[in-house]
Write a new protein. Structure first.
Length: 737
């Protein structure tokens, strides 16, 4: 602490801090460290906002001279030093969970393959939940000290941005990302040149370079085809997330699976496990087999050995979610590769077919992944059941229950999702707590978890059930302060929505004009719905009972309002019709002013919404929501789930910690299901949600509602984290028993 009272820092100390800040900006650790974010925000508040919370870009905006001058402010320099110190401590920490429980992966990491990773809004290379899960998996692996290296593609235009035309039709537009302004670094060889590898695709050799994204202690490599050696159409292979037609798709997947393994080998990795996060990466099975055949092994032996190295997670029971390629396309894209494997077309096609001899059957990536891995899992209990049923055809001799697909329910990375006001709430809570209860700090008092370490950091305990158990104790947190926190979060969302709607409003005609500063009511029960507009998620379901919903919205004593967001897949016109319908209602119907649609759903919008809404609505057509994760992000903010008992909520709901739509069954007929769910949704809303939210005591406090929030925090939050999830992956699947 010798610098504590020093007014000035030496030139070399300042240089050290500048180097440190640049290192920090290029490690996504800052995405789950509030103090880091505040430093970059303070450097340029306007830049932070305009550059969409991107520290690398902010550092490019601030001159080196300004930075040196600003660091002469002792208070600011102190904060920078503290953050850099915490960052170094994090990176150096040897006493991690994995050091004790899974040290073998330090030298031979898990290679985690995913077509998308969602870490933060400043690196928009994810399309949705799959990518966000991969990002949260990586963050937790880093926190736990688990050896993990990720593989994905660098999409130069990322995922599309959503605009809306005058007739409320989704319009996709793309912006070229500038690698220089992103939190990633080129992968270079000893000569300082880009490391370049190649994959044989169709008749061409396709070359790629790579970018490294630092995620705490973990690293992700993004493959990038934009190389001068390639013809233009191959340079564009990595332009967009799931871009183009099935030809682009199969080529992207060859790059991901085959190219990913080659890059890892070139960089000297020998992973102990190859984890395929969804079937997109399944071609890695073929590359691993090829390597073994190059050592002289037969195809059968090579495949058997490969299988022992791979595990596979399936993420959806929706048919369209499983890539299938025609025999012709496979022949075209993989013929050269096939000859390297020295197998026949029938053998190759057989690996992706349920019935290998059926020449008409397309090649399915999920089938390849299942045939090429030692174990497979679904992402919730019910999804496990559905997946075993779905793939029983691959194991015709086994009864459904014996089909070797298990499950690990998804989670979220808590600290990556927790909004600033909630963090400050806990920070303050524990600083006062410690002053008030010095006696608790006595060592050996195992019940007071915050007292275990002399320098307690609440953040290090935030993933433990004991931390959240405290929420059930009104002496620890009063109803009043919890309600105040809820108000703060709701207002933040509403003001965010007003700002966004104002920008969107540029496309609205005079007639649709709404006074944006009066849009939405900060006192009203706010219901949120945001996710991909896949039709099975049934975004407009709640408006089926339109007259009744208008009635609820117009109730002056107990008003209800809705915030919607979400993107439809560029080729999904049905999904776009849902968007059109909802925006139309928000502009022209009696719901105007009480229903808003926020354009361009992404991680930032998601964070605002799961934080600020009172209720998180989820009404998929059961059992198609394999898990769902956005509802898990809601928990730590005191936003309650109102959901069909599908995916994770079927396990998470216990009758006291949120709301259920319907029961643990669903009718066969889709029409019947839609009708029933719509009825049950309305019923839950009017009989449980609204009465509970508006049941206030003399002080104006909704005690019952807050009780439910407490239950949700105690039961849901610590259970549905990627900390728990990654530990399960290690123990059930990564480690061989
Ligand atoms: C969390 C998240 C998702 C996934 O949400 P679901 O509930 O699984 O639909 C999708 N997109 C973004 C931007 C997210 O943050």
């Amino acid at each position: 602490m010798k610098n504590m009272n020093k007014a000035n820092f030496t030139g070399s100390e300042i240089t050290e801090m500048i180097v440190g800040l640049n290192r920090l900006a290029r490690n996504l650790w800052w995405t789950w460290n509030q103090e880091s974010q505040e430093i970059f925000q303070d450097l340029s508040p306007r830049g932070w906002q305009n550059l969409y919370h991107n520290p690398v870009a902010v550092l490019h905006e601030v001159s080196e001279y300004e930075l040196r001058v600003r660091l002469q402010d002792p208070e600011f320099a102190r904060r920078v030093k503290d953050v850099l110190h915490a960052f170094d401590e994090y990176l150096r920490d040897k006493e991690t969970w994995a050091a004790k429980n899974a040290p073998e992966f330090a030298a031979n990491p898990i290679a985690y393959f995913s077509a998308e990773f969602g870490f933060h809004e400043s690196l928009p290379i994810a399309a949705g939940g799959l990518g966000v899960l991969a990002g949260d998996h990586t963050k937790a692996a880093s926190d736990l000290g688990l050896g993990l290296v990720g593989i994905s593609l660098f999409y130069r235009e990322g995922y599309f941005m959503q605009g809306v035309t005058a007739d409320n039709w989704q319009q996709e537009y793309y912006r070229l990302l500038n690698p220089r302004n992103l939190p990633m670094e080129p992968v270079l060889n000893a000569q300082g040149e880009p490391v370049v590898c190649s994959v044989r695709v169709a008749m061409s050799q396709v070359y790629f370079q790579a970018w490294r994204v630092n995620v705490g202690r973990a690293m992700i490599y993004l493959l990038d085809c934009d190389r001068p050696e390639n013809e233009q159409h191959f340079r564009d292979l990595t332009l967009r997330v799931y871009g183009g037609d099935s030809t682009t798709r199969i080529m992207q997947e060859m790059l991901l699976g085959v190219g990913g393994v080659r890059l890892l080998r070139t960089l000297g990795y020998s992973p102990s496990v190859f984890h395929m996060n969804e079937g997109h990466a399944a071609f890695l099975v073929l590359e691993l087999a090829r390597e073994k055949m190059a050592e002289g092994k037969t195809f059968a032996l090579a495949l058997e050995e490969t299988k022992q190295e791979c595990i596979f997670t399936t993420h959806t029971p929706v048919e369209a979610g499983h890539d299938r390629f025609s025999p012709e396309l496979m022949e075209y894209a993989a013929q050269k590769f096939k000859s390297q494997l020295k197998i026949t077309t029938e053998q190759l096609m057989g690996l992706g077919r349920v019935h290998p001899e059926n020449a008409g059957e397309p090649f399915c990536m999920t089938v390849l992944a299942l045939k090429g891995s030692r174990s497979a899992n679904a992402v919730s209990e019910l999804h496990g059941d559905v997946s075993r049923q779905m793939w029983n055809c691959l194991f015709p001799d086994l009864p459904k229950e014996k089909v070797p697909i298990g499950h690990i329910t998804n989670g979220v990375h808590l600290m990556g999702w927790m909004k600033g006001p909630v963090r400050r709430f806990w920070r303050r809570k524990f600083s006062t707590m410690r002053m008030e209860t010095p006696a608790n700090q006595a060592m050996g008092d195992t019940t007071s978890f915050w007292a275990r370490k002399p320098t307690f950091s609440w953040e290090s305990e935030v993933n433990s059930p004991a931390f959240w158990q405290r929420m059930t104790d009104p002496a620890f947190i009063s109803d009043e302060e919890l309600w105040a926190l809820r108000y703060k979060l709701r207002r933040e969302l509403i003001e965010f929505a007003r700002r966004r709607l104002l920008i969107q409003g540029q496309r609205v005609t005079e007639r649709d004009y709404i006074t944006f500063d009066h849009l939405l009511n900060p006192d009203a029960l706010t219901i949120g719905f945001a996710r991909r507009f896949a039709t099975y998620k049934r975004a407009p379901l709640i408006f089926q009972q339109f007259e009744s919903i208008v009635h609820l919205v117009k109730d002056r004593q107990r008003p209800v309002q809705f915030v919607f967001a979400g993107k439809a897949h560029p080729r999904d016109d049905e999904g776009k019709k849902f968007i059109q319908h909802i925006i139309h209602l928000s502009k022209y119907s009696e719901l105007q002013g009480n229903l808003v649609f926020i354009e361009n759903y992404d991680i930032h919008v998601a964070r605002q919404m799961v934080g600020g809404c009172d209720v998180w609505l989820n009404n998929p057509r059961r059992p198609l929501e394999a898990s769902g994760t956005s509802g898990m992000k809601a928990g730590s903010h005191g936003c309650l789930n109102l959901s069909i008992l599908d995916g994770w909520w079927r396990e998470g709901y216990d009758g006291t910690n949120g709301f259920a739509i319907g029961g643990d069954t669903h009718p066969e007929s889709i029409e019947e299901q839609d009708r029933l769910d719509s009825e049950n949704l309305y019923k839950a809303l009017t009989e449980e949600v609204i009465p509970s939210f508006y049941n206030r005591d003399a002080m104006g406090i909704p005690r019952q509602w807050l009780q439910r929030i407490r239950r949700a925090m105690a039961t849901v939050v610590p259970q549905y984290t990627t900390w728990r999830m990654v530990q399960e992956y290690v123990q059930k699947y990564y480690q061989v028993h």
